[in-house]
Design a protein around this ligand. Structure first.
Ligand code: KG4
Ligand code: ZN
Length: 363
């Protein structure tokens, strides 16, 4: 449904867009102007949650509430900007931890209301893919693969506001698989980055782990069986004792898991490309997009198919507010956004397609 929201002043000259990210354990804000990054601030809670071996939702929400205000002050002084210059407030509205999202969404609503500027609720997963357009234009339509701690989703990307999900993780996401297997072999949370690093030092994989859930016709993923197989392999190899992380065997184990995840993702991407011959580019996004083996494997695939491969710089693969501000600026340019009824959407529930037409498109 398209309708006009009275809070918006049409024909605003610039698109200085503030982005707010609080969907999991990073509190972040960024400013994007004219589609370019002006500045960003980020407070990671990784150390706090590492003590518990995973994100504690209650603690995450409290930290977001504590950090957002001071971080906004930092961002404004770092970029020598004022709130009055902000043309729109974009916020990650889901999917994510509900309590964490609510803190960010309430903060964004307060700012939008106080400044009488448009509010734009951004789909966190779409933003992970759209950030690829920050440095070079995305060739539309594109295929998008989001691989993070909570999601493994394939999208057909027709435009910044039209992303159709083609497949998803039915159980553990790719990042979750790295983290859970890593925890079983004594690596600290989140284990993905360290497993990637260790795998790079390995000559050969310890074994050929299964490439799971490929004997079907669909574009969904299922990594829980691989997780069990990998943990069993680790037990057989005696890799569950402390201090094992420095051994060559551990590196070979990490390579075995990494290869299996990268090959499985690539196989479904290849299948999706076969079903969508109109696609001109392949966009990768999410924390696991920093994985070297996966990037290389997908780049080779895109090259072989004659399409463009895009992946964000490693810093922009993980959760950040640049992607929220940038995705918000794309929607703002199109005159799209939300009113103060914007709802936060927890993980597991589909993010509704409820963008409103706030005003005419910016020139
Ligand atoms: O997108 P993200 O920062 O947060 C979520 O929305 O989940 O992704 C975090 C996930 C974690 O599971 C982490 O282990 C994984 O991304 N990750 C990696 C790498 N860097 C982060 N997994 C494999 N290789 C990496 N280099
Ligand atoms: Zn994310």
């Amino acid at each position: 449904m398209w309708r006009l929201w009275r809070g918006f002043t049409p024909n605003t000259p610039a698109d200085l867009c503030l982005g707010i990210e609080s969907s999991c354990d990073e509190t972040a804000l960024a400013l994007v102007v004219g589609g370019r990054l002006l500045g960003q601030v980020l407070a990671s809670q990784a150390d706090l949650h590492a003590i518990f071996g995973g994100v504690v939702p209650e603690l995450a929400s409290r930290e977001h509430g504590r950090c957002l205000g001071p971080l906004l002050d930092d961002l404004l002084s770092q970029t020598r900007s004022t709130l009055q210059q902000v043309r729109a407030v974009a916020v990650a509205r889901g999917p994510g931890l509900l309590g964490s999202l609510l803190v960010g969404v309430a903060f964004a609503k307060g700012l939008a209301l106080g400044l009488a500027k448009p509010l734009i609720g951004v789909n966190h997963l779409h933003a992970h893919l759209l950030i690829n357009g920050l440095d070079a234009p995305i060739p539309w339509p594109a295929l998008g693969l989001v691989v993070s701690g909570g999601h493994t989703d394939l999208y057909l990307m027709q435009s910044p506001w039209e992303l159709t999900r083609l497949g998803r993780a039915l159980d553990d996401a790719a990042g979750e698989t790295f983290d859970k297997v890593g925890a079983a072999v004594g690596l600290p949370y989140p284990a993905g980055p360290q497993m990637d690093k260790l795998a790079r030092g390995a000559g050969r994989p310890l074994a050929r782990l299964p490439r799971p859930y490929l004997h079907n016709e669909n574009l969904d993923f299922s990594f829980s069986g691989l997780k069990t197989a990998a943990i069993q392999l680790a037990r057989q190899g005696g890799l569950t004792q402390d201090g094992a992380e420095n051994t060559r065997q551990m590196a070979a184990f990490c390579l075995a898991l990494n290869e299996s995840i990268a090959e499985t993702l690539a196989a479904k991407v290849e299948r999706a490309l076969g079903l969508c011959p109109e696609v001109k580019g392949l966009c990768l996004g999410g924390g696991v997009a920093a994985n070297q083996l996966l990037r290389r494997r997908l780049e080779e695939l895109a090259h072989a198919k004659g399409i463009q491969f895009m992946a964000p710089s490693p810093a922009l693969c993980a959760d950040n507010a640049v992607m929220i501000a940038y995705a918000g600026s794309l929607l703002l340019r199109q005159g799209l956004g939300h009113d103060l009824g914007l709802e936060a959407v927890p993980r597991g529930r589909p993010v509704p397609d409820d963008l409103l037409l706030l005003a005419e498109r910016s020139p």
